[in-house]
Ligand binder design. Structure first.
Ligand code: CA
Length: 361
């Protein structure tokens, strides 16, 4: 609240300053942003609101953002059409929500057995990922920038233990994107609900299981009231990236300076969100266990192997969708092996040895 007041004050001060420079006042633009997250939604919603405020702040009012949370202007999953049509200038959300528009959008959030946050960042910014993203987005009149990362997501909340691939058969689970398609191959009935609707469906028994993000974000969702088993590492979102997607015609109409401001604000929030989660996940996992009786579990190798076999089928099906889907999949898989190969023998090897010797984890 204090921050909002301060920013309002800053925006007014900015307007005042602009009076002395009419050129800036005349070029001031309204940037309407819709979101897939609810108002004040813990973690993701607050991050999106912070990004919207930051664009106004950094641009000193040159770009005045108007932020609408999910349901305030359009529904969460209507954000894509709202921006593609030009009714609003931008959305904040996760690209895999648009898998129904084109399955390749999923690669720009996360795919099963895909890249972690540092790997994904490297691909997008320095190894050709952004160019492929731009090519895909342009087909829908959009241009997107990374603007949030959750880190490696937890396997999810289950109302029973999963000790074999057969235990997944018949389960109803909220899990979006290609991971949902993967789980379907193992007999799971999957749904892709917006974050704000998961709790009620879990409590009512409409679903038996859900994934969300990780301990810090999940803590506030209160899923532990309906599902006690919390699986730690999952295959489904190893480094989920969120984004700000703009209407491409609008984006192209901006000055290089305005584009730079939006990009800088997005990258700042991209880093901040992942760092905030990293700083809090360990402490919030302890609170879930100690205060709410949550029982942590890990999937065994049989379950992981079944995930792996199903993933291979999902990627083949995705490639078959279109030349664009095949191009993006193949580049993603190749770059992951290249970027991840060094990390495996450097950071991962180091982390494994450190944790073994110091007894971490
Ligand atoms: Ca998730």
């Amino acid at each position: 609240m204090e921050r909002r007041k301060f920013l309002k004050g800053a925006a007014i001060a900015g307007t005042g300053a602009a009076l002395a420079a009419p050129a800036i006042a005349q070029s001031g633009k309204t940037m309407t942003i819709v979101s897939t997250w609810g108002r004040d939604f813990p973690g993701l919603g607050i991050s999106a609101q912070r990004l919207a405020e930051r664009i106004t702040e950094l641009s000193q009012g040159e770009l005045r953002t108007e932020y609408f949370a999910a349901g305030e202007r359009v529904g969460a999953f209507d954000s894509f059409d709202e921006v593609a049509s030009g009714n609003s200038q931008a959305y904040i959300g996760a690209e895999y929500y648009w898998a129904g528009k084109h399955p390749a959008f999923t690669y720009f959030t996360a795919v099963p057995f895909g890249m972690t946050v540092p790997e994904h960042n490297a691909w997008i910014k320095y190894a050709g990922g952004q160019e492929l993203w731009d090519k895909l987005s342009a087909e829908f009149g959009l241009k997107a920038i990374m603007a949030g990362a959750t880190g490696t997501q937890a396997g999810g909340w289950f109302n029973k233990e999963i000790n074999s691939p057969e235990d997944l058969n018949g389960l109803k689970m909220r899990i979006p994107g290609l991971a949902g398609a993967l789980m379907s191959k193992l007999g799971v009935s999957t749904v892709s609900l917006p974050g704000g609707q998961i709790y009620e469906n879990l409590v009512s028994g409409s679903i038996d299981a859900t994934e969300w993000v990780g301990p810090y974000n999940d803590y506030f969702m209160k899923f532990y009231e309906a599902a006690k088993y919390y699986y730690t590492a999952g295959m489904h979102e190893p480094g989920a990236a969120l984004c700000l997607g703009t209407n491409k015609a609008w984006w192209d109409s901006l000055s290089a300076h305005e584009q730079a401001i939006i990009t800088a604000a997005c990258y700042e929030e991209h880093a901040a969100q992942a760092e905030e989660a990293s700083a809090n996940n360990g402490a919030y996992l302890a609170r879930l266990v100690d205060d709410h009786g949550v029982q942590t579990r890990t999937f065994n190798d049989d379950v992981w192997d079944a995930f792996g076999e199903a993933a291979a089928e999902v990627f083949e099906e995705t490639r078959d969708h279109s030349p664009m889907a095949a191009e993006i999949n193949d580049d993603y898989q190749a770059k992951m092996r290249e970027i991840g190969g060094w990390r495996a023998v450097a950071e991962i090897e180091y982390s494994n040895q450190r944790n073994r010797i110091l007894g971490i984890g």
